[in-house]
Design a protein around this ligand. Structure first.
Ligand code: DON
Length: 538
């Protein structure tokens, strides 16, 4: 079973499974196919995380997050008057050093069974022969038209100045050539040689004359060098385990905040013998409070473990979670300011693959915003990420997701920016894969993934119901309870308001998930009804 946001990428994964590949072979095939068929988030110019659970009981977590280039520094996006510029979000200066190619090839080398050229063949075919543009792709290009238009992607994605037309055939020759090189030579084809040189050259393009080294980023000039690329390495980590009511969640440890924050949330909720009935104000109150408490820790205590001390043992402890649960008032919201004091001292995609042996791979990858920084590498045909905005570009001030993060996540050269990506595999009491889930939506990834897990374990929903059930979101700051329009009835909203919540709706699509769950006769794959995609199996 393969579940992704792109029907063409799901087909690529299925092709590899049918040819005898395992879940890792298929996941890598999907990763490269997404870079072609789902360019808003699928990528080779970004990074991600992968959780692998093998049928023999081994598990692994792969961190192929971008890193800050060597010339990065804490205040690099501030102008001469100390104001934050937009250069960490749009343009050449917004990119971290991409990790996707290093990550996907490392996963294949360690746990795959097929050669790289074989798993990349579907992606290369999609790029060189092209595919028919569907309404999801046409719409997403239209949405990002202004940032794509400014850079080399305009020639490919806005032919004749117009957004890709639904129903037209879309060929990406430069990208096909880049992928062919990678298929032939492996990751070095991306991190050294012609592709690396094209990336480094793109960084220099259009940079105003006479801009000093320390002013480059605030003027939108790129800073990634061939040396940064040559030095990039993915990191194998231990999947972070959290037990929850007899099940085990395997999720992503830092540099993502996903595993710790999902884990802390469910640990807090486990302190309730049972949760209030789904859909009631009491239910949303305890779930939102758990998120608020967990995000308060996330935003101040987490960062790249290679640079800062992360109190993992404390944040994942059941005792600590119980103490936090005691602070949740029965019928009243506690303002975040009080929570934080008491304690002191838009785009990504996810895919899941499960093979016939029961091996499971859960991957989230992103350019950060749709089409990343908007910058397409001329001659190589792919978009660069704008992941630098996931750092606290100004500690204490909100980023594009409204996240207020601290010094732990300040910019430093070679550091990974804190992520919310939460690829998670849930094991049943016998250690067998029950559920693989993950998604997009910045900080909403954490709260949405947690809610699907609660829906399956506590609320006894089928996966289809869990994936369409209304969701809420709380991220500590802003101190607002977000809910889906139409998902919470007026009486419940009234009760939540009376409890002291500031309420705000979630936009049409602020996050969406893909998931696979074991069912009595096999596996069921479900794509969030809030997004496009396809779950395919055989
Ligand atoms: O790593 C993160 O947490 C973000 N860069 C994810 C961005 C995202 O999910 C955007 N999608 N809607």
């Amino acid at each position: 079973m393969v579940a992704t946001n792109s029907p063409l990428a799901s087909t690529a994964g299925l092709e590899i499974l049918r040819a005898g590949g395992n879940a890792v072979d298929a996941a890598v095939a999907v990763g490269f196919a997404m870079a072609v068929a789902y360019p808003e988030a699928g990528n080779i110019g970004g990074g991600g995380y992968m959780i692998i659970r093998l049928a023999d009981g081994r598990s692994a977590a792969l961190d192929y997050r971008e890193v800050a280039p060597g010339a990065a520094f804490r205040d690099m996006y501030l102008d001469s008057t100390g104001n934050l510029t937009k250069m960490g979000i749009v343009g050449r200066a917004a990119s971290g050093v991409p990790g996707a190619v290093a990550g996907l090839t490392a996963a294949l080398a360690k746990y795959g069974t097929m050669p790289l050229d074989k798993v990349m063949a579907p992606a290369i075919r999609l790029a060189s022969e092209g595919f028919i543009v569907d309404s999801a792709l046409a719409q997403s290009v239209l949405e990002k038209d202004t940032s794509i238009r400014r850079f080399a992607g305009a020639e490919i994605f806005l032919p004749g100045g117009k957004s890709l037309a639904r129903g037209s055939r879309f060929v990406q020759s430069d990208l096909a050539e880049t992928l062919r090189r990678i298929a032939r030579e492996g990751a070095p084809a991306f991190y050294r040689g012609p592709v690396a040189e094209l990336i480094a050259a793109e960084m220099q393009r259009d940079c105003p004359q006479g801009v000093g080294e320390r002013q480059r980023a605030s003027h939108g000039c790129g800073i990634i060098t061939t040396r940064d690329l040559a030095e990039y390495r993915p990191v194998w980590r231990e999947a972070l385990p959290t037990t929850y009511r007899g099940y085990t969640l395997l999720s992503m440890p830092p540099s993502s905040s996903g595993g710790i924050t999902v884990g802390e949330s469910v640990n807090i909720l486990e302190a309730y013998p049972t949760l209030p009935r789904f859909g009631t104000a009491e239910y949303f109150h305890v779930v939102a409070s758990a998120f608020q408490l967990a995000f308060t820790d996330r935003n101040s205590k987490l960062g790249d473990p290679a640079f800062v001390n992360v109190p993992i043992a404390q944040l994942t402890s059941k005792d600590y979670a119980r103490r936090l649960q005691h602070t949740i008032a029965l019928d009243r919201h506690t303002p975040t300011a009080q929570v934080a004091n008491a304690r002191e001292g838009s785009e990504t995609t996810n895919y899941a693959v499960v093979d016939a042996q029961g091996n499971a791979v859960e991957t989230t990858t992103t350019l950060n915003s749709l089409y990343g920084s908007g910058v397409l590498i001329r001659g190589a045909g792919f978009f660069m990420n704008n992941q630098m905005d996931d750092f606290a570009t100004v500690p204490g001030k909100a980023n594009q997701f409204g996240l207020v993060q601290g010094e732990q996540n300040a910019i430093a050269p070679g550091k990974r920016m804190l992520s919310a990506m939460s690829p998670t595999v849930v094991l049943d009491q016998r250690g067998k894969v029950l559920l693989a889930v993950g998604g997009r939506g910045g900080p909403r990834i954490i709260t949405f993934v947690t809610q699907v897990i609660l829906d399956v374990i506590d609320n006894r929903m089928t996966l289809a119901d869990a994936m369409s059930a209304p969701r809420i979101h709380h991220q500590s700051l802003p101190d607002t309870l977000r809910y889906e329009q139409g998902g919470v009835d007026d009486a419940t909203l009234g009760r939540l308001k009376a409890m002291g919540y500031a309420l705000k709706t979630l936009g049409r699509v602020e996050g969406s998930l893909t998931a696979i769950m074991r069912v009595p006769r096999g596996y069921e794959g479900i794509i969030d009804p809030r997004s496009a995609g396809a779950a395919l199996g055989y």
